[in-house]
Design a protein around this ligand. Structure first.
Ligand code: ATP
Ligand code: MG
Length: 233
């Protein structure tokens, strides 16, 4: 089982988009997948409610809620016995205690970041907190960055790339800025489940991300990255 937590204290950077798209991608490959929602905005939980029953199922846990009356927290948090992926969506503004709990549970923390100065600064603060907690717990949870809403070669993207280079944390996916993510979100789908041809090319992004999660958690070399793109294309 692989437990992946999508975290960044900065709001609106794409945590829910990544959690839901990764969950639907894993499920569509036939893997038993669970999606935990720790955000009381309940965006992932709502997405799951909108998900058509004809689509590969995902086991949802509204972890932000207290256990239903007469049940225990353990009962609420149970997952199917053959679960392969546990994906966790987390709220904006999470504090050190939340970070500590999620880090303790996860094998990998995916950190979405947008190409904007405000997001870069907030993400730097968040990563500092993450490393503090990580050190305190001596827990070797893997950290990985996912850049979101990137448009090729804008000044903001260049600034983001410079920031990431200094961090020494691998970038494991680059998510395109497209309205298909917005429409998929409204239908309980992942972008790869959309019928538009233009949306289908984004399947590669999720295939690459899952490949990295499974095979190469130390990060890709440039050569591996290019080769992988050739293989998946
Ligand atoms: N790559 C993208 N292209 C276009 N729109 C996107 C993309 N990623 C996210 N969005 C849109 O941006 C908004 C914020 O994204 P999302 O809800 O995933 O962020 P979040 O980090 O979960 O936010 P919050 O901190 O409020 O939980 C949503 O409307 C989403 O559909
Ligand atoms: Mg969210």
């Amino acid at each position: 089982m692989l437990k992946i937590s999508v975290m960044n204290a900065k709001g609106g950077c794409g945590k829910t988009t990544i959690a839901t798209n990764l969950a639907s991608y894993c499920a569509s490959l036939g893997y038993t997948t669970a999606l935990f929602d720790y955000d009381k905005q309940a965006s992932s939980t709502r997405w799951l409610k909108d998900r058509p029953s004809s689509r590969p199922p995902i086991h949802g846990v509204a972890a932000f809620e207290p256990p239903p009356a007469g049940t225990t927290r353990a009962w609420q948090m149970r997952i199917p016995h053959n679960t392969r992926y546990v994906i966790t969506d987390t709220p904006a503004g999470c504090g050190l205690v939340d970070i500590e709990d999620r880090v303790a549970e996860a094998d990998i923390i995916l950190i979405p970041v947008l190409p904007s100065s405000i997001d870069i600064h907030s993400t730097a603060d968040f990563i500092r907190d993450l490393l503090l907690v990580g050190k305190a717990r001596a827990h070797n949870t893997g950290l990985a960055i996912v850049t979101n809403r990137t448009r090729i070669r804008t000044k903001a993207v260049e600034k983001l790339e410079r920031f990431i280079k200094k961090l020494d944390i691998p970038v494991v996916a680059r998510i395109r800025d497209t309205q298909h993510y917005v429409s998929a979100a409204g239908q309980g789908l992942g972008i790869h489940e959309m019928i538009e041809r233009d949306a289908q090319r984004d399947r590669v992004t999720w295939a690459e991300l899952l490949y990295w999660l499974e095979n190469n958690r130390d990060g890709f070399t440039d050569f591996e990255y290019t080769r992988l793109q050739e293989l998946i294309a």
